[in-house]
Design a protein around this ligand. Structure first.
Ligand SMILES: C[S@@+](CC[C@H](N)C(=O)[O-])C[C@H]1O[C@@H](n2cnc3c(N)ncnc32)[C@H](O)[C@@H]1O
Length: 271
């Protein structure tokens, strides 16, 4: 009797059907499982991370944290979990990112560290003339081609490469979504200077990141993300002024930040 009564009372709400059911187009399933299985385990070592000022992969998973993405991609299974996790958010707020500025003037776009193409898909569906090339590590590109971007996807191309060590081809716009927050100031400056050299005159760079308030008093999500960057990478979240300085020191000008009201914000700078 009692069991029947329970069965009669529990069901998904519309919101949980939309965001928690794995088959929903807007599912957060992959993000939540990544946070619960990988991120949460590393957060057990928050005090150590703060004391040592470094990533905790060694303690959490017994793997060197010297090479950030070797640790994150420590097995094929882990890489795939991370890729699905990365892809999730763009089904929720990708359009807001791509439409925050009018990017229609940029015909050839390189999405550096563009991963699964989650953002690139919004780019080409918003701007009819734009071609986006995703440059990412070879194993990521191979998986993205197999599992995330179909052959029917028009105007999305791939380039296998290492943006720190390989040449970056010429383009009108370079997208760096959740890239700068992974790295030290020195590596960010090296990368941005390299991009500046490859950027056509009048072209630009688009940073997509969560922004900290100038006095670092919040928002709470950005503060938590910043701690997560400490625990999992070499980087941290930054304020608009810090991003402006990195971009200006790399040669860029006309730097403008736009708060989207969603999880991620956008900064556009021109050459
Ligand atoms: C935090 S993820 C962001 C992915 C994607 N931009 C997004 O926002 O969904 C960082 C990305 O940078 C790529 N990456 C890391 N180091 C790289 C390198 N040296 N060269 C090219 N891509 C790299 C990773 O494989 C991953 O796809």
């Amino acid at each position: 009797m009692w069991i029947f009564s329970l069965q009669g009372h529990y069901s998904n709400t519309d919101v949980s059907t939309l965001y928690l059911v794995k088959s929903s187009p807007k599912t957060l399933y992959h993000m939540i499982t990544y946070y619960s299985q990988t991120t949460y385990k590393l957060w057990h070592f928050l005090p150590e991370a703060i004391r040592e000022g470094k990533s905790q992969y060694e303690r959490g998973f017994g793997i060197s944290s010297k090479e950030v993405f070797e640790a994150i991609y420590r097995s094929e299974e882990e890489m795939l979990k991370f890729l699905y996790h990365m892809d999730t958010i763009w089904t929720i707020c990708g359009k807001d990112i791509i439409q925050a500025f009018d990017l229609s003037v940029f015909c050839s776009v390189y999405d550096l560290g563009g991963c699964t193409g989650g953002l690139a898909k919004h780019f080409v569906s918003t701007y009819n003339e734009t071609t986006v090339t995703i440059m990412d590590l070879p194993s990521v590109v191979q998986t993205a081609k197999k599992k995330f971007v179909t052959d029917e996807e028009q105007r999305i191309h791939f380039l296998e490469g290492d943006f720190f060590n390989d040449p970056i081809p010429e383009a009108d716009l370079f997208v760096l979504a959740r890239i700068i927050h992974d790295w030290t100031e020195e590596k960010c400056l090296n990368l941005l200077r390299k991009i500046y050299q490859s950027c056509r005159p009048g072209g630009g760079v688009l940073l997509v990141e969560v922004l900290l308030n100038e006095d670092r008093s919040g928002p709470l999500t950005s503060q938590l993300f910043s701690l997560n960057m400490l625990i999992q990478t070499e980087g941290r979240e930054r304020t608009p002024t810090e991003y402006t300085k990195l971009l200006a020191d790399s040669g860029f000008r006309d730097i403008e930040a736009k708060v989207t009201g969603k999880l991620y914000d956008v900064i556009l700078a021109r050459k």
